[in-house]
Design a protein around this ligand. Sequence first.
Ligand SMILES: Nc1ncnc2c1ncn2[C@@H]1O[C@H](COP(=O)(O)OP(=O)(O)OP(=O)(O)O)[C@@H](O)[C@H]1O
Ligand SMILES: [Mg+2]
Length: 315
Amino acid sequence: MTTLTLDVRDVSKRFGEGDTTVAAVRGVSLAVEAGEVVLIMGPSGSGKTTLLSMMGALLKPTTGSIHLDGAELSALSEGRLPDIRLRRFGFIFQDFNLLSALTVRENVALVAELAGLRTRAARDKATALLTELGLGGRLDFLPEKLSGGEKQRVAIARALINDPTLILADEPTANLDSKIGHEIMRLLRGIAKEQGRSVVIVSHDQRIRDIADRVLWLDDGAFKDIVTMATDPVCEMAVDRERAVSAERDGETHYFCSRGCRDEYLGENGNGPRGWLHLATAHLSRNARRHSGHRGDQRRTAAQVERDETAKHGR
Ligand SMILES: Nc1ncnc2c1ncn2[C@@H]1O[C@H](COP(=O)(O)OP(=O)(O)OP(=O)(O)O)[C@@H](O)[C@H]1O
Ligand SMILES: [Mg+2]
C-alpha cells in the first residue's frame, strides 16, 4: 500500500469580490505519495504560487480541502498553523530568503531552535546537514559571500532541518544558471528519495523535468492533461498540442510555439538571412527564459506570452 502525504481535493481560490474577482485556482485535485517528487509547470499567472501557498498552509482555499498525512489543514485553527509550517513543511524560494545578518550556520540553526531544539543541538544539526550539502567550508560565511548555488543549498538545508514531511519549492532555479540549477534539483531529489520526503516544485524551468517523478501542467488555474503538451524541438518550450503550430516529418507530428520555430525545424528559410535571424532569436529567447526567471511583478497572461512569442518569431 502506498502512503499519501498530501491530498488536495477539488481546491479553488478566488481573490477579490464582484467584478474584480480572480479565479486563481479552479477545482484542482492532486495526491502526492511519500518520497514522490512532483513538478508543476505552467505559464506565468496560471496559479502555481497560489496553489503551492495553499499546500503549505500559507493561504486558505476558498473551497475544497487539503490533507497532510491524513489531517485536514484547512480545519486547523490559525493559532496552530505557524507550528505546523515550521515542523511539517520545508519552503524553498526563488530568491533564497536568507537572513543577511546571520551566518550560513545560524540561518539554518535558527529554524531548528524555533522548533524547540537547544542552541548547541541546533548548531550541531545545522553543521551536519550543511556539510552533507557540501557547505562544510562555508559555515561561518555571511550569505552575501556565497554564490547563488551555495545560497540555494543553504535554503535547502534550512528547509530540511526540522525533518519536514513535505518540501515546497517555488521557482527554485530561477536565479541560478542552468547547470547549477539542475545539479541542485538533483541533490534535492536524492535527499527526498533517501529520506522518504515528498517534494512539490512549481517552475517554468523545462530543464528540471527529468528530476521529477511526475510533471503536471497548470493552465488558467486548472490542471491540463499533460498528454496534450509537447516540447517544441527548436526552442524547448512546452506547447499545447491543441493550439500549437504543427508539422509532419518522417511520419511523425511535431509541435512548435510559432511558425518561426516550425520553419527553422523544417529547414525553410534555413539558409537565408531570416533563417539565421530566427535561429538567433530562438537561442536568445531560450536563454532569456533560462536566466531571467519570472518574477511576480513581471506576470504575463497566457495570451500576452503568446503575443510576445508571436511577435518575436514572426508567426
Ligand atoms: N493576493 C492576490 N490578490 C489578487 N489576485 C492575486 C493574488 N495573488 C495572485 N493573484 C492572481 O492570481 C493569478 C495566479 O497568480 P499566481 O501568482 O498563483 O501565478 P503563478 O503561476 O505563480 O505566476 P508566476 O509564474 O508569474 O509566478 C494571477 O492572475 C494573479 O494576478
Ligand atoms: Mg509564481
